[in-house]
Design a protein around this ligand. Structure first.
Ligand SMILES: Nc1nc2c(ncn2[C@@H]2O[C@H](COP(=O)(O)OP(=O)(O)OP(=O)(O)O)[C@@H](O)[C@H]2O)c(=O)[nH]1
Length: 243
């Protein structure tokens, strides 16, 4: 069953949160049970870049047909094995449309990692990256681990943003970088795992302290109960998951 991550979610949203969580391969087990860690992740970036499709591909291993704009936020979770550790990723997929910005911003707090997504066929979505990154570092944490994802890699013929310029942007802004395709699944799991692995490495090296309030990291079994929640955030969601 999904955690109750919000202050006062609508009943539609509650249904959605639960249904998406049950799509997860390990959705039936107790939250956090037997896990070494829980990490809170965000998926952020401009509208239409493929954030919901990336999350769906990661959790369901298939492309989400007929994806509509996200309204507010959606939630998914998946348990992964990273470097011998069992980690539950609690992932918040945020709407890219400007009109939902105040809602989505309230979910940033305490995120440990983020996928920052642009569309390689849309320079506009690439140009917006700095703003998204500023939001993540300001509202989540300056130490949030971010992986830049140039999505729609399968549409190479329509490319407007080169791999090289994105690599440079990533380097200048201390981001990891991958080009992904939610359609083919290329590099999708890698993106989530790379981000999780980096967080684990930082925990092991002492650079990140899971005990710090709002770190977005929790230890094992009781983690979900302790994860900090946005105050007064209202969830608005699009249609129920069609899984
Ligand atoms: N060819 C191709 N199309 C994709 C890919 N990922 C997503 N799309 C398409 O891009 C459109 C937008 O995908 P979404 O996942 O809904 O985008 P989003 O970023 O969640 O959009 P918002 O919810 O508005 O922020 C849909 O028509 C998808 O079918 C991809 O990797 N390749």
């Amino acid at each position: 069953m999904a955690p109750a991550p919000l202050g006062n979610p609508s009943s539609d949203a509650k249904n959605l949160l639960m249904r998406i969580s049950l799509c997860n391969s390990e959705g039936e087990d107790l939250p956090g049970k037997g896990k070494d860690f829980l990490f809170k992740f965000l998926v952020i970036g401009s509208a239409g870049t493929g954030k919901s499709c990336l999350l769906h591909q990661f959790i369901e291993n298939k492309f989400k047909q007929d994806s509509n704009h996200t309204i507010g936020v959606e939630f998914g979770s998946k348990v992964v094995n990273v470097g011998g550790k069992t980690v539950k990723l609690q992932i918040w997929d945020t709407a890219g449309q400007e009109r939902f910005r105040s809602v989505t911003r309230s979910y940033y707090r305490g995120a440990a990692g983020a996928l920052l997504v642009y569309d390689i066929t849309s320079r506009e979505t690439y140009n917006a990256l700095t703003n998204w990154l500023t939001d993540a570092r300001t509202l989540a944490s300056p130490s949030i681990v971010v992986i830049l994802c140039g999505n729609k890699k399968d549409l190479d013929a329509d490319r407007e943003v080169t791999f090289l310029e994105s690599s440079r942007f990533a380097q200048e802004n201390e981001l990891m970088f991958l080009e992904t395709s939610a359609l083919t699944g290329e590099n999708v799991e890698e993106a989530f795992l790379k981000c999780a692995r980096t967080i684990l490495n930082k925990i092991e090296s002492g650079e990140l302290d899971p005990e710090r309030m709002g770190s977005g990291i929790q230890y094992g079994d009781t983690s979900l109960r302790h994860l900090r929640q946005p105050r007064g955030a209202q969830t608005q969601s699009k249609q129920p998951c069609s899984c």
